[in-house]
Ligand binder design. Structure first.
Ligand SMILES: *[C@@H]1O[C@H](CO)[C@@H](O)[C@H](O)[C@H]1NC(C)=O
Ligand SMILES: *[C@@H]1O[C@H](CO)[C@@H](O)[C@H](O)[C@H]1NC(C)=O
Ligand SMILES: *[C@@H]1O[C@H](CO)[C@@H](O)[C@H](O)[C@H]1NC(C)=O
Ligand SMILES: *[C@@H]1O[C@H](CO)[C@@H](O)[C@H](O)[C@H]1NC(C)=O
Ligand SMILES: *[C@@H]1O[C@H](CO)[C@@H](O)[C@H](O)[C@H]1NC(C)=O
Length: 524
């Protein structure tokens, strides 16, 4: 084809005019739960495409609901009214009140996720990755990568299982990395319009470095911080960064280890490495911090905790009040399990107010983890609400990013070698070569598709008591985004008031999630 033919094709594509260009409808399927999943295959998957802003003076809205809407797009006129306020509920934007800036949203490339994605045909794999990472997808920019095995693996391994290998001369990535996770990460990166922020977490040190001589159960590193096991464990992180760098995969951040409190529990059933906050503080100060600083990757962020947020603010006060540890640390990573036990203002809010220079970041969450509400529930709207509720709560308490757990699971919620089956926003049926996008997928999309990196949370307040949950942001281009969750079963009318522009009349249907976006004259 002559070069001008390419030009012509490009012009035709980019000339597509309206808001919903490239949008494809959800193929809904019911599995006996409260709402539907959207079915995708090797040739078809629903998408809202790209979401350009409407012209100044108009707003766009996207609605998902238990009734079956999935990011249903509308456009409307921002109203100008001169005679004072209307009766009823009003959400008033206050862009002068500025809070944290966002990093991003994403999920985890576990062994299980990789196995499930690769169990599909090449075409369906591509569709699935595009749903998360391409510009047609929901804007994921964060991927958590487990270092070696976790419960969502099919076997127990680390990268240095040769006993006594303190210099890590036999450190080797696993076939799970080389054949599955790395190729998928590279495909995700290639289709992403932005560099992905990779985040590494280890579940357990090699058995020979540990007091219990095993990857599972109660156990910590042998010896003391500054000792040879603690040094070797810090070097293990550096070796991991070096090996992934050989594939051009560079990590934005690493955590001090997944759920350190799990390794303090007798007979804990899967991979864990126990740290008390004091041990974590001293290991960072004496071993991990200096190792990262003197490595080829000194800019890598170090996030502490990587465990349930109810351990805050206590954990942070122990680690961050120590200047020797704190100088190496960038942020505090939180998981969502047990969130309901401690109000977010206490766990997250007070940590932020005590240590405002360290950011808070959500590194793990999933539905279907608790006894009584276990495993995959295809079409559960309640779980979409759990996600949106938690994300809004986190964002309103200074969290700068939210990372889901497995990017994809099978219909049983695995594989998981210890049968700790849970749910995922994408559930794969390899037999039929299809995947189902759960309500949780859309719940995440209401945030991840619209809240770009660098978006800044701003003030928003309700004129009266309301069960609505909401959070507001100004994006780097000056546009505004407001996300509203209605978990109750009535319809409520309200309006959004942007003092610079006017008001947007809204309806939050029962059991719904709404994202509004509009241009703001760049006055903020
Ligand atoms: C994929 O799904 C679409 C929409 O449901 C359908 O028209 C098409 O036949 C499916 N393709 C395959 C290969 O099953
Ligand atoms: C002001 O607006 C309200 C509703 O928006 C309307 O009911 C009322 O009649 C208006 N008042 C005047 C004086 O225009
Ligand atoms: C590394 O592994 C080889 C066998 O694969 C073994 O001979 C050697 O002793 C190991 N090195 C260390 C330091 O453990
Ligand atoms: C990494 O990137 C460099 C430069 O972009 C390229 O030359 C090299 O082939 C890449 N290596 C791998 C393993 O992809
Ligand atoms: C831990 O496991 C051992 C061996 O199976 C058992 O004897 C012991 O009672 C267990 N302890 C607890 C606290 O469950």
């Amino acid at each position: 084809m002559a070069p001008w033919c390419f030009l012509l094709v490009l012009v035709i594509i980019s000339a597509e005019p309206n808001l919903c260009s490239g949008s494809r409808k959800c193929v809904g399927r019911h599995f006996g739960h409260s709402s539907v999943v959207c079915e995708c295959n090797s040739t078809y998957c629903d998408s809202i495409g790209s979401v350009p802003l409407p012209p100044l003076g108009q707003y766009s809205s996207y609605l998902s609901s238990m009734e079956g809407s999935r990011l249903e797009a509308r456009q409307g006129q921002i109203q100008v009214r001169t005679n004072g306020s209307a009766p009823g509920l009003r959400l008033t934007m206050d862009p002068v009140q500025k809070y944290q800036r966002l990093r991003g949203f994403g999920g985890a490339m576990t062994d299980a996720a990789a196995i499930n994605i690769l169990s599909l045909s090449a075409g369906a794999q591509e569709q699935l990755l595009q749903q998360y990472f391409s510009s047609e997808g929901i804007g994921y920019s964060v991927v958590r990568v487990p270092m070696a095995s976790c419960d969502f693996s099919t076997r127990l391994y680390t990268y240095a299982d040769t006993p006594g290998d303190y210099n890590l001369v036999n450190f080797t990535l696993a076939p799970e990395d080389v054949d599955m996770k790395i190729p998928l990460l590279k495909r995700a990166q290639a289709m992403s319009p932005q560099p992905l922020h990779l985040l590494a977490s280890a579940w357990s040190a090699p058995a020979w470095m540990k007091t219990n001589g095993a990857l599972v159960g109660k156990g910590s590193l042998k010896g003391q911080p500054g000792g040879k096991e603690h040094k070797a464990w810090a070097q293990y992180y550096i070796r991991f960064l070096e090996e992934y760098a050989k594939y051009n995969l560079t990590f934005w951040a690493l955590t001090t280890g997944n759920e350190p409190s799990a390794g303090l529990i007798t007979n804990y059933s899967f991979q864990a490495l126990g740290f008390t906050p004091e041990e974590q503080r001293d290991w960072v100060a004496l071993d991990l911090g200096p190792a990262v600083r003197s490595s080829s990757f000194p800019q890598t962020h170090i996030l502490i905790l990587d465990d349930n947020r109810l351990l805050l603010p206590y954990w942070a006060t122990v680690v961050l009040s120590d200047v020797h540890a704190a100088r190496y640390i960038h942020g505090v990573a939180v998981h969502w399990y047990l969130d309901s036990f401690v109000p977010a203002e206490i766990s997250l809010g007070s940590t932020h107010h005590l240590y405002p220079e360290y950011y808070l970041f959500g590194t793990e969450a999933c539905a279907g983890w608790s006894t009584g509400d276990r495993g995959v529930k295809l079409g559960s709207w309640e779980r979409a609400e759990q996600y949106a509720h938690d994300i809004i709560q986190d964002l309103n308490q200074y969290v700068v990013g939210w990372t889901d757990w497995n990017l994809a699971l099978d219909q049983a919620g695995g594989p998981n070698w210890v049968k700790n089956f849970v749910d995922s926003p994408v559930v794969v049926d390899a037999q039929r070569d299809v995947f189902y996008k759960q309500p949780t997928f859309y719940s995440l999309a209401h945030f991840s598709k619209f809240l770009w990196e660098g978006s800044q949370r701003v003030g928003v307040s309700a004129s009266e008591e309301t069960p609505l949950e909401f959070t507001a942001f100004i994006r780097p281009d000056g546009s505004a985004v407001l996300i509203v969750l209605n978990r109750s079963s009535d319809v409520i009318q309200f309006e959004v008031w942007d003092p610079a522009l006017g008001y947007i009349p809204c309806t939050a249907p029962a059991r719904s999630l709404l994202t509004l976006a509009w241009n703001t004259l760049n006055t903020h």
